[in-house]
Design a protein around this ligand. Structure first.
Ligand SMILES: Nc1ncnc2c1ncn2[C@@H]1O[C@H](COP(=O)(O)OP(=O)(O)OP(=O)(O)O)[C@@H](O)[C@H]1O
Ligand SMILES: [Mg+2]
Length: 299
């Protein structure tokens, strides 16, 4: 007889516990804390830290379409109404080639903020919460203008729409599209929308229309690879081993080159554990071979 009321009480306690846990994990926050994005001001941190090697064609495209027209916005508008800055860019190219870096570079050149958006920071399964977060995100960007709003891996966030799409994803896309259109408003605060992807073909067509400038970010050329490695190792470009590196490193990404530098320093450190770290040609060759082997295994 006693067992029934006890089981009922236990069941009720269990339900309360589950509800409490769910609420703790995903309850909508306040307007202030709900959009957790990586936001930084270019003025302090980036001025010294964004250093782009090579990518001259990409930088020239961004300068001509965005930075120069923004710098002379009044004069250009007076000359012709179509002379207006591009406010939407799609950066596409292989992983680790500097797309995010270029986003930070544009923010630095605008002397503005860089706000990186991830799906987790805006999507929420509570009804109506996702559109509210998206609107809040764009409001934050306008308040911090000039601002680069950066959508990394935009193909995952805003992929081609399918007819079966429902719920949060649909809400998210619809609000994003209307906020993106609003950001293009010429008279409003300067918010540059930048999307980055390795798969431009997977991005929703309506999103592509709102990012009219498409800039290819290629793998680094031989000269850029040498410069990058020399810079990471803090040695002159004419140092022994770097010519050889330029010849054998075709196909490596900027991230790979960073890895070569790290591995070379580690080898130098291991070989001369007692002294200071001084990377020589042998360290560069051994590190390069290891990283090239890993890069080839990815293909
Ligand atoms: N042109 C470059 N000059 C100097 N450093 C670079 C350059 N490109 C990339 N790097 C460095 O390589 C690393 C990877 O760059 P980044 O994150 O910008 O690549 P990505 O194209 O955004 O990659 P993913 O597609 O994986 O997001 C970073 O440490 C970055 O500073
Ligand atoms: Mg990136």
């Amino acid at each position: 007889m006693l067992i029934r009321p006890m089981a009922g009480a236990l069941l009720r306690a269990l339900v309360v516990l589950i509800v409490a846990l769910l609420t703790m994990r995903s309850s909508p926050g306040s307007a202030q804390d709900s959009v957790a994005c990586d936001a930084s001001d270019a003025s302090d941190y980036f001025r010294n830290s964004v250093f782009v090697v090579g990518l001259r064609r990409a930088r020239r495209a961004l300068h001509g379409a965005i930075l120069a027209p923004i710098a002379a916005i009044q004069a250009m508008r007076a000359t012709h109404p179509l002379l207006r800055p591009t406010r939407g860019v799609l950066l596409h190219g292989p992983p680790g080639t500097g797309k995010t870096l270029l986003g930070r570079w544009v923010a630095m050149r605008l002397d503005g903020a860089f706000v990186a958006v991830t799906p987790d920071s805006v999507q929420c399964r509570w009804y109506g919460e996702t559109p509210r977060r998206v609107r809040e995100l764009f409001r934050t960007a306008r308040a911090r203008a000039p601002c680069v709003l950066f959508f990394d891996e935009i193909d995952g966030m805003l992929r081609s729409r399918s007819s079966g799409e429902m719920g949060v994803e649909r809400e998210f896309k619809t609000t994003m599209l209307s906020e993106m259109s609003r950001a293009e408003d010429d008279d409003g605060p300067i918010v540059v929308l930048m999307g980055a992807t390795n798969r431009p073909d997977d991005v929703d067509a309506a999103v592509l229309r709102r990012l009219p400038l498409h800039v290819h970010v290629p793998l680094p050329g031989a000269r850029a690879r040498t410069r990058m490695l020399a810079r990471h190792l803090r040695v002159p470009e004419s140092s022994a081993g770097l010519d050889w590196f330029a010849c054998v490193s075709e196909g490596l990404t900027c991230s790979d080159i960073h890895e070569v530098a790290r591995a070379a320093v580690r080898l130098a450190h291991e070989r001369r554990a007692c002294g200071g770290v001084s990377v020589d040609e042998r360290d560069v060759r051994d590190a390069t071979r290891t990283v090239v082997a890993v890069a080839e295994s990815r293909l």
